[in-house]
Structure formats: C-alpha cells, structure tokens
Ligand binder design. Structure first.
Ligand code: SF4
Length: 281
C-alpha cells in the first residue's frame, strides 16, 4: 500500500493539482493499534486518534462527527477496491456480475478441512456448495462434510442443509446476515463443534474491550460455561444458560462484538445438539 501510494505521488496521480486538474488529494497509511474490536468503525477512529480502541456510542455517526471530530467516511478495502472498475467500466457492467440486489463479486476465504484453502473472488450469489466443493476442492482426505462456520468467528454454524444457499446480501435466509467477511470455515465429520465454539468463545473473551459490563462479564461467563461443557462437567442447563447469556449480550451490549455472539452460540447448540449433549451430564 505504501509503495502504491509512493508510486502514485511519483506519477503525479496524488498530491497538489493532480494532472493540472486543479484538484488536489493526499493519501496516507495510518496504522491503528490492532484488535478485533477495531473492526468497529468508531473503535477504529479512537485507535487512530491514539486512544484505546473502544467503540463510541452512536449517534452521532462518523459521517457527522468522525475522526478528530470531523465528518468521516469509512469503507472497507473490499468496497474501495470495487470503485476503480466501476468507474472504468460503468455500473451496468458491474451489474452483470452477481445478483440483481447484490451486484458484483465477493472475496470468500475458504479454510478448515478443505483440499484447497485460500481466498477466491466469486460472483455474489455463488452457492455455498460451489464455494466448498468447487473452489475449495471438497473435504480433505475423502471425509464427509459436517459443518461450516459462515462469516467469521461471530458467524453461524450451518449443517449440510445450507449447502444450496446462495451467498449474497439478498439471501432471504438467516445465512445472509453472516456473509460478512466472506469467511467459510469448513469442518469435516471428524471435527467437533464444541471444540470450535470453545476457540471462538476464548477469542471473544480475550478480545472484549471491557468497556460495557454485559460484554465484559458475559464473554467471561460464556467462556467459563464452554470450558465446563468441554471438560464433560456441564449439564443441559448450561447449554440453555449459554443461549440466555448470549441473548442478554445481544440486547444490551454497546457494539457488534458483544451483540453478535448469539449467532455462533445459538447456531452451534441448536444445529449440532449431539456434539453438546454427548458432553453434557
Ligand atoms: S460490546 Fe464488548 S467490545 Fe463492544 S464496547 Fe462493549 S465491551 Fe467493548
């Protein structure tokens, strides 16, 4: 990125009076402090201002009061990367890709028990089956498909009934909500959803910024409960409690980090009850 910006300045495509147009524009790379919560735009701005990466209460929204109190537009890299080709080839060309309501392409990160893990750019509306068995080459070692975690750590665990689902923002099912990052974590019949949820909850307990009580205490409580279940010391009530705690997080947390935990917790327990009940006492 730094090299691309330096090249653009050298060629006169950035800076003062670009190509004698009278238009001036600067680009600069600023590194934040890191942290999952900095995926929240307001936490990202706090971090860029040199403060702790903690989400702000909205409103005001960044377009009104953003970085250093100025109106700020924030988009992710994938969105910005679409802009040059739309300008060069037009919106109609862009609309020939993907679906009517979700035009264009999406980067899908395929990982886990697939033959060919990696990132692929596919049209919006590509089915989950095509992503896993086409681009991903199917399940490694000739095993059977068991589950996929869609949309990253705060996504949804799905069974094979989701394989025909079209991956786009227009998908009428619950899967659309989890397209998110485009991550597709594939699990074979040998994988344990309990182990996977344990890793997810350990991550969130660590990444909670601690600013609001429901998330600070709730992520800890969820991690304690999954540890208990994983160690075969849990009971059926602990699973109900995990869903209850994540529902409280959903309705009371300040930012999407705490709010989104309901998705992996509920989908894992409801879609893969055998994995959990075999461990419950
Ligand atoms: S929900 Fe969690 S990550 Fe978000 S502000 Fe509250 S404590 Fe921080």
């Amino acid at each position: 990125m730094r090299k691309a910006i330096a090249d653009a300045y050298r060629c006169g495509l950035l800076g003062l009076n670009i190509l004698d147009s009278g238009f001036s524009f600067d680009l600069e790379v600023k590194e934040g402090a890191g942290g999952y919560v900095c995926g929240d735009e307001t936490a990202l701005m706090e971090s860029l201002e040199g403060k702790r990466g903690e989400p702000r209460i909205k409103p005001p929204y960044p377009t009104v009061v953003g970085l250093f109190g100025k109106p700020t537009v924030i988009n992710n890299v994938e969105t910005l990367a679409n802009v040059p080709s739309i300008i060069a080839k037009g919106a109609d060309w862009f609309r020939t890709l993907g679906t009517e309501k979700s035009p264009g392409t999406k980067i899908f990160t395929i990982l886990g028990d697939v033959q060919f893990p990696g990132a692929v750019e596919a049209p919006m509306g590509t089915s989950l089956a095509e992503i896993i068995f086409g681009y991903g080459g199917g399940i490694r070692g000739g095993r059977k498909f068991k589950a996929a975690l869609l949309g990253g750590a705060a996504g949804i665990y799905v069974t094979d009934t989701a394989l025909p689902a079209k991956m786009d923002f227009d998908c009428p099912s619950v899967y659309a909500a989890t397209l998110g990052s485009g991550a597709v974590l594939v699990m074979s019949e040998e994988a344990s959803v309990v182990e996977s949820l344990y890793a997810v909850l350990r991550f969130f307990e660590h990444e909670s910024c601690g600013q609001c009580v429901p998330c600070r205490a709730g992520t800890k409580s969820l991690f304690d409960l999954i540890k208990k279940v994983r160690a075969r010391q849990g009971a059926r009530e602990d699973l109900d409690r995990m869903i209850k705690v994540s529902e409280v997080l959903w309705s009371t947390s300040l930012c999407p980090l705490g709010q989104s935990l309901i998705m992996p917790v509920k989908s894992a327990i409801e879609n893969f009850p055998d994995d959990f009940l075999s461990k419950a006492q």
